[in-house]
Design a protein around this ligand. Structure first.
Ligand code: 0WK
Ligand code: BGC
Ligand code: BGC
Length: 934
């Protein structure tokens, strides 16, 4: 007589089996249907969930995640799906993907899509107390498993590269930096949330001390699954995991990920949909069983969506339903068992067995008996129905979430229809029963419901599901290979840029050397600093008056200016003229005739023809002056090479050119260097301005020196402005220890090799070339542009120094880099762009610091000249690089502060250039001349 018949239910009193009035058969099926009904989710509800999840995704992408109930949308720093060229051997450590187990794999990537080596692996069960204990204990356990596995392989103990598959929500700040946000899925170790889990693993491996393992990358399991997609069938652009937990990642357009400040390319985003729990959408489908499960879970209130789908919870949901139905006398004759009432006693595999048809009912019998239950004939069928209901809902909810991701992809790619491959992984796909549905291969029922529901919710998307081959081990190895490549590239980049990173000690050494060279130059001894007297003895005192012509030659532009100096201030009218390279490098006569042509053109335009105004000539090249209007050109610099000028008095050359031009009369009164013109121009506004600095095409400085310190100039009281010609500093080899191979290449390719060494490390004419040579070097190492050398990048002067200023401007960094480099025809990735930015920063930072060390030497000289404890002085500055580069001036000032702390230095950017200064020098000369004639 079978005890399980309804009659039987009534007869005996088994423990946990209250003798109370059992519901009549009709009520019981109602109760069952009512229960099963609770797990039914309507199409409308699924669409509501899809829509609400999509909204939550888009909010989070904008960085406006509303609350903890939102999805997180975490960027993973994986910017591209694999291109199959990755190769090498990698260790993969998987933690958290499959619940209370940890897996270690040895993966060999062959770099060819076809030939995939089967990974070797070993699984370790994680003891409960380790999953709930101190974080250090968990990571020590992991590193012990690592060693145990590696001990089984014929491997060396050194140089192993590891990819860490860590399947929990993390804020990643790099491929190998990841902070745990919160534990999920049965883990609750202390002291880990908010910590960098890569560092914790590195520390544990260090403590273990058995192997030297470089943890190169940390990857979420969804990313590993997506990246592990069989090359032939992929690339997969979505990774979907339904294992103990559930989550998905997908390739989002980088410009939509607010935290990234990147506007091109794609980035893999881990959705972390497990935390989705919008009451509006989920409220109606959450059952009392879900609330009960959540209430007793390790993280009540969190991961509500996951707790309806993840394999860790499906068994528990079934148990809660069965316990409920048993307690209401509908099942097992109203009897329960301590096992049935114990949390976690029904596992995913139990559900899988009981759900499968036709064997499901028989399995259910066995499973339920193991749970100490007496199972009636109909019980097993009912239990199977409960399993099917719970799993069907899980698959449908998962489909709604996936449909939200598909909608997001349609949005971000502005595509109406979408064809996409989804890599799937996880025990729920693998364990839940499979069946043959007019296909030769079996397919899990979970996947089939998921597919059908996705087709319902996203009909315009053609989705193919690609089961991951090895749970993402290969995918993690792929990401690790990419990370290893990037880490290797980073090391090579740092090695290449290290010589540009000057320490405080090195900069102080430059300052000291410059002081020594200044002293030698002033004494007229051999020195790379010529310290040229300029015969400018005073800065303007504001009493200057009159109209003056001024020429400004030597910078980016040649300018002719009319400068009216009156009581009310200075008025300037100027015209820019170009100096073609053929003129700058032609004959001196041709150059000066071109200058006079411009003057005549200017005079005509300004109605000054026939007037002989006093003229000040800013001539920005090293000249030995023997008077205010006599300057012997020592040598050309900055791309000028006109013949027959070096060693000549350029004022004479100008006067001869004027002479060659009929009916032009000009009274050349003064020749000044652009540093002097700039100092005078700024000195007109601020009498404390006693230093002139140019950082433009070339670089140089002048300052007011005590006349007694200037050998070769009569007089020992008062001051004289000294043109340092610091561009030539180091031409005696004194800077060689700071010079790099790239500086040497720029110098060798210049029209004045061995000359102007300091200038060639600082000024605008050369910085772009230094960067270009560094980029060529990094390309030859394969670090940049996938090692592809392009003709364009091998072209001299193609990388303009103004690119540095544009690229380094804070606001548009990456966008600017790409636009510029793409114009140069360079195929670049995001990482390339970031590296080019770093190269520019290193080169311009060194230039600014060297310039700062020079200014520190000058102001300290003035302070010591005057025996002052503290000096307050202003520096007049001009030059395109100094004015346009976003950080140059700040770095110069910071370096001066560091190296000359007893000098308060104010940098005054010259508004009107040195032409005004030349006119003021001329005005002073004219005033002094009048005074001597009075
Ligand atoms: C503007 C001055 C000019 C100087 C130039 C330097 O008026 O004398 O030579 O700045 O800057 P660059 O034009 O070489 O950038
Ligand atoms: C974690 C995810 C993970 C998913 C699947 C969730 O609990 O938060 O990071 O991808 O489980 O393992
Ligand atoms: C010249 C200097 C000039 C500087 C800035 C250098 O090449 O030698 O005379 O002051 O460039 O223009």
């Amino acid at each position: 007589m079978d005890a399980v018949g309804p009659g039987a239910l009534r007869g005996n009193t088994v423990p946990g089996c209250p003798q109370r009035d059992l519901p009549c058969p009709s009520d019981s099926s109602e109760l069952v249907q009512e229960c099963l009904q609770k797990f039914k989710v309507t199409g409308a509800q699924l669409r509501q969930i899809q829509a609400s999840l999509l909204a939550s995704m888009e909010q989070a992408l904008k960085g406006q995640a509303s609350s903890t109930s939102a999805v997180r949308m975490l960027p993973t720093y994986v910017g591209s799906t694999p291109h199959g060229t990755e190769q090498g051997d990698f260790v993969v450590l998987e933690l958290g993907a499959t619940g209370a187990s940890l897996r270690v794999l040895w993966v060999t990537l062959t770099g060819t899509a076809e030939v995939g080596m089967e990974p070797q692996s070993q699984e370790f069960v994680i003891p409960q107390e380790v999953m709930l204990g101190p974080g250090e204990q968990l990571f020590d356990f992991a590193s012990r498993c690592l060693s145990e596995f590696l001990d089984t392989l014929p491997l060396g103990k050194q140089g192993l590269r590891l990819g860490f598959n860590f399947s929990f929500p993390c804020h990643q700040t790099g491929l190998d930096r990841s902070t745990l946000i919160s534990w999920t899925k049965g883990f609750k170790c202390s002291g880990v949330e908010g910590q960098d889990v890569v560092q914790m693993l590195r520390d544990a491996i260090q403590r273990q001390g058995a192997y030297s393992i470089d943890v190169v990358a940390v990857v979420n399991d969804t990313v590993g699954t997506m990246m592990g997609c069989e090359p032939g069938v992929g690339p997969c652009e979505i990774g979907l995991i339904v294992d103990t937990g559930t989550n998905a990642c997908y390739m989002e357009e980088a410009r939509y990920v607010a935290v990234l400040d990147e506007d091109r390319g794609r980035v893999c985003v881990s959705v972390e949909w497990g935390s989705f729990s919008d009451d509006q959408a989920l409220g109606p489908v959450l059952t009392t069983f879900d609330h009960a499960l959540d209430h007793q879970s390790l993280n009540p209130g969190a991961q509500r969506f996951e707790k309806m789908i993840g394999g860790l919870y499906l068994g528990e949901l079934v148990r809660l339903v069965l316990a409920h139905l048993a307690e209401h006398g509908v099942l097992f004759g109203g009897c329960t068992s301590s096992t049935l009432l114990s949390q976690g006693s029904i596992l995913l595999q139990h559900v899988a067995e009981m759900e499968s048809s036709p064997a499901g009912a028989a399995c259910a019998q066995a499973v339920l008996q193991d749970l100490g239950l007496s199972v009636g004939a109909s019980d097993a069928k009912l239990v199977q129905q409960v399993c099917v209901a719970v799993c069907t809902r899980a698959a449908q909810l998962c489909a709604a979430a996936l449909a939200a991701v598909l909608s997001r992809l349609q949005h971000s790619r502005e595509q109406q229809t979408l064809q996409i491959a989804v890599a799937t992984g996880g025990g729920v796909f693998e364990q839940l029963p499979r069946y043959w549905e007019h296909t030769p291969v079996s397919k899990s029922r979970f996947l089939s419901i998921l597919q059908d529901t996705v087709m319902l919710l996203a009909p315009e998307c053609d989705v193919s599901f690609i089961p991951s081959v090895d749970g993402g081990g290969r995918g993690v190895a792929m990401v690790t290979a990419v990370a290893a490549r990037l880490a290797a590239h980073r090391r090579l980049l740092e090695e290449t840029l290290a010589p540009f990173r000057l320490s405080r000690e090195q900069l102080a050494a430059v300052q000291t050397q410059m002081r020594e060279a200044m002293a030698k130059g002033l004494r007229g001894e051999a020195s790379s600093l010529r310290m040229l007297p300029t015969y400018v003895r005073a800065t303007p005192d504001g009493s200057e008056r009159g109209n003056f012509l001024a020429l400004d030659l030597g910078g980016t532009n040649f300018r002719v200016l009319l400068v009216r100096v009156a009581a009310g201030g200075v008025q300037i009218t100027n015209q820019v003229y170009s100096i073609p390279e053929c003129v700058a490098q032609g004959s001196g006569q041709q150059l000066f005739d071109h200058i006079v042509d411009c003057i005549v053109d200017f005079q005509q335009k300004q109605g000054l023809s026939g007037q002989s105004l006093p003229l000040g000539f800013t001539f920005s090249f090293p000249c030995k002056q023997v008077g205010l209007d006599q300057g012997i050109l020592l040598n050309w610099t900055k791309g000028f090479k006109a013949s027959g000028c070096e060693g000549q008095d350029v004022v004479c050359l100008l006067r001869e050119a004027i002479g060659r031009r009929q009916a032009v009369e000009l009274n050349v009164v003064a020749i000044v260097n652009d540093t002097v013109g700039t100092m005078m121009s700024c000195g007109y506004e601020d009498p404390r301005c006693e230093v002139g600095l140019i950082v433009g095409t070339g670089t140089n400085a002048c300052y007011m020196e005590e006349l007694q310190n200037v050998a070769g100039v009569a007089g020992d009281s008062g001051h004289m402005c000294i043109n340092m010609e610091w561009g030539a500093f180091g031409d005696d080899g004194s800077l060689d220890m700071f010079s790099t191979c790239f500086d040497a290449r720029v110098d060798q390719a210049s029209i004045n090799p061995g000359k102007q060494r300091f200038e060639k490390m600082i000024s605008g004419m050369y910085l772009g070339e230094i960067v270009r040579h560094v980029l060529l070097h990094l390309t030859s190492l394969g670090v940049l542009f996938r090692g592809q050398q392009t003709q364009r990048l091998q072209t001299r002067d193609i990388f303009k120094t103004k690119f540095l200023s544009e690229i380094e401007s804070d606001s548009l960094a990456l966008r600017q880099v790409r636009a510029i480099l793409e114009d140069l025809g360079l195929p670049l990735t995001t990482d390339d762009a970031l590296m080019v930015l770093e190269v520019c920063q290193a080169v311009s930072q060194r230039a600014a610091q060297l310039c700062g060390a020079g200014v520190a030497a000058v102001v300290e000289k003035i302070r010591e000249n005057r025996g002052l404890e503290e000096l307050s002085v202003s520096v007049g500055v001009d030059g395109t690089l100094y004015k346009l580069h976003p950080h140059f001036s700040t770095l110069v000032a910071a370096t001066v502060q560091e190296l000359a702390p007893r000098c308060v230095v104010t940098f005054l950017q010259s508004e009107d250039g040195s032409g005004k200064g030349a006119a003021l020098v001329t005005a002073v000369a004219c005033r002094l001349a009048q005074q001597t004639h009075v």
